[in-house]
Design a protein around this ligand. Sequence first.
Ligand SMILES: [Zn+2]
Length: 77
Amino acid sequence: MRQSLASKTQVQNFDGKQCITDVMKTYMCVVCGFVYDEEQGLPDQNIAPGTRWEDIPDTWTCPDCGASKEEFELIEI
Ligand SMILES: [Zn+2]
């Protein structure tokens, strides 16, 4: 009986940090200053936390002043 040497397989897990591409953005209404945070969403408006700005329907308007999505600007943090 031969004893087989079990070869050790080393699985290298490259845990690539994807946080750079996965950053949540924040948008602000230029009319009234209302801020939409993708991370928080707008539960009051049936917009779940984590909803991307581009996933919000174009019919959506600013809850404070009624401005359209076009009136919002990306805030660089
Ligand atoms: Zn507004």
